[in-house]
Design a protein around this ligand. Sequence first.
Ligand SMILES: NC(=O)c1ccc[n+]([C@@H]2O[C@H](COP(=O)([O-])OP(=O)(O)OC[C@H]3O[C@@H](n4cnc5c(N)ncnc54)[C@H](OP(=O)(O)O)[C@@H]3O)[C@@H](O)[C@H]2O)c1
Length: 320
Amino acid sequence: MEYTTLGRTGLKVSVAGLGCGGNSKLGLGTGHDKAHAVGIVQRALDLGVNLIDTAQYYGTEAAVGAAIHGRARDSIVISTKHKVSLIDGTVFSVAEILAGLDRSLRALGTDHVDVFCLHTVLPQEYERVLTEVVPPLLREKEKGKFRFLGITEFAGRDPRHDMLARALEDDCWDVMMVAFHMLNQNARQRVFPATQQKNIGTLLMFAVRAIFSVAGRLQDDITELAAAGRVPKWLAEKKNPLDFLLHDQGARNIIEAAYRYARHEPGANVVLFGTGNPDHIEPNIKAILQPPLPAADRQKIAELFGALEGVGLDEIIAKR
Ligand SMILES: NC(=O)c1ccc[n+]([C@@H]2O[C@H](COP(=O)([O-])OP(=O)(O)OC[C@H]3O[C@@H](n4cnc5c(N)ncnc54)[C@H](OP(=O)(O)O)[C@@H]3O)[C@@H](O)[C@H]2O)c1
């Protein structure tokens, strides 16, 4: 494993972080039981992953808690989150968010988390979050319940990173979770210059998601993009539109390419990978530890897809 510093938190974190959400939710999202989920976390920890990202909303905190039980607490960096609202219109009060933090600590079996994030904050919610939620949360931080404050964006509904762009004007955020992948590169202009300048830690999500993992999905999306004139038509004529990445000096498969691509983006600290399949843990870590894709391949990805926005940011990973 390789370790890096999570921005101004100073935390030493593995460049590959285990995401306990997404569709997989450590396997709980795909019909597996808690013991399976615990095994996924333990395997990742045994392979040197020390950053675990969970959330109350995912229902995976108890599995993370069971997996870390008996391990040195200071050897593991735990990030968890609480929503400020739900898409059905429910808005969580400050009291509910603070109670949620306490519930997370109980589920995780710890007296503190390293990073506590406000989860999927929309641009229109940001001012309430800043003025009403952050001050009382920071008082909980003073009590030692969490060490650093983070915020995550709602990628599918905020594809231009408007919320993070606004949040970057404030100084309270130590960590930001950012959507970035080969066909969704606009954080390069809109987020990473400022996170680097302010030394805010970054956790990258959506590196693979559905677009690179569900069979046929990339071809479908490329076909739609080509029909709309957003990518060249020749790409849609290929069975594997990204096959130019697969060669001796390049990637062995598209998932490897996708994780490698995200990991080496300037401004990326940690690439989160979400899985419920124990067989995917080691290859994903190996992919994230590979060197950058060859410069010519990266340039081609920038030329072909650099202008795209809002691609591959599914809320739910539907099978075809
Ligand atoms: N706004 C937010 O706060 C937010 C939103 C999204 C994600 N996140 C965080 O970011 C993490 C990562 O996002 P993500 O879950 O979408 O992860 P991801 O790594 O981009 O994609 C995971 C998907 O790819 C599949 N996959 C992973 N490795 C594979 C492999 N080697 N071969 C084939 N398929 C593979 C997984 O299925 P298998 O289970 O079959 O491996 C899963 O469906 C989440 O777990 C969560 O912690 C946060």
